[in-house]
Design a protein around this ligand. Structure first.
Ligand code: SAM
Length: 260
């Protein structure tokens, strides 16, 4: 009994901590501020350096993605390894915790990329990302920019990786980010997008639905009205879009290829 109680207390405290540093903070922010800033939807866990350092720890991040993190990143890096990136540029649209950024950068550099660009709306995330990849310092360029309106030229990157950004964005911004991600892609270039997906097992779907309702209500639309596969298929200039789902459909990697 004491063990069960301890487990319950730890789980409840962890849930309360994540609620306070994600959706809870956004609710307070919405009540207290007037005009909404461009980064008003960004959780404190991505803007406060102490929280970033506390949470950006591989086992925590792997657990949040139900231990599918490694598999999802591998799908992306495997796809990149089949591209000829010699003398070309890759882009990471928004930072992410864990080792996805070093692994994607490593895959791009191994494939011959001359530069990997990183865009994020939060300066502290860029500082943290730079700290995680000292071995690639001469290949990296960091830009503090909003993914809805990046200043990178049209058709300037051959691979663009968007890792679990869409589900955190207000709905009107989801398609804008996808449009920007495609705009900067060179002919024949590929967009790799990892995200949550509607699980095909009823129990997991119910648990996932509850998670989104409590912590990340902007994510549920990916199951229906804001399916990234459908949004990308409808975009002009896209030659093909493929989706791979993993873990009973709970996660997806969508790969969109721009017409050559
Ligand atoms: C990619 S998402 C979440 C990733 C995932 N949950 C993880 O493991 O870290 C979080 C990142 O997106 C960034 N971000 C959110 N909105 C953005 C925007 N409009 N433009 C650029 N970056 C944005 C945040 O600053 C943060 O670094």
């Amino acid at each position: 009994m004491p063990t069960a109680m301890s487990v319950f207390v730890v789980l409840a405290a962890t849930g309360a901590f994540f609620f306070a540093t994600t959706r809870g903070a956004l609710l307070v922010r919405a009540l207290s501020s007037g005009k909404q800033a461009a980064d008003a939807h960004v959780y404190p866990i991505y803007s406060n350096m102490r929280l970033i350092r506390l949470i950006d720890f591989q086992p925590i991040i792997a657990a949040i993605l139900l231990f599918q993190y490694d598999r999802l990143v591998s799908i992306i890096t495997h796809g990149m390894s089949r591209m000829d990136l010699r003398g070309k540029k890759a882009l990471i649209t928004s930072c992410a915790f864990g080792n996805v950024m070093p692994r994607v950068t490593g895959a791009a550099v191994k494939g011959g990329a001359e530069q990997v660009q990183v865009v994020d709306i939060i300066e502290n995330e860029l500082i943290n990302a730079r700290r995680k990849m000292p071995e690639f310092a001469d290949k990296l360029a960091f830009y503090k920019q909003d993914a809805t309106s990046v200043t990178l030229p049209d058709a300037s990157v051959d691979a663009n990786v968007v890792f679990f950004l869409l589900h955190e964005l207000p709905h009107p911004l989801k398609n804008v980010v996808l449009t920007e991600a495609v705009r900067v892609l060179a002919p024949g270039g590929k967009l790799f997008l990892a995200e949550f997906h509607r699980p095909n097992v009823r129990l997991l779907r119910a648990l996932s639905w509850t998670y989104f309702k409590v912590f990340e209500p902007l994510g549920l639309a990916l199951w229906s009205t804001h399916d990234p596969l459908e949004a990308l298929k409808a975009m002009p200039g896209i030659a093909s879009v493929e989706r791979r789902t993993v873990f009973f459909g709970n996660f997806q990697v969508v790969v969109a290829t721009k017409a050559a």
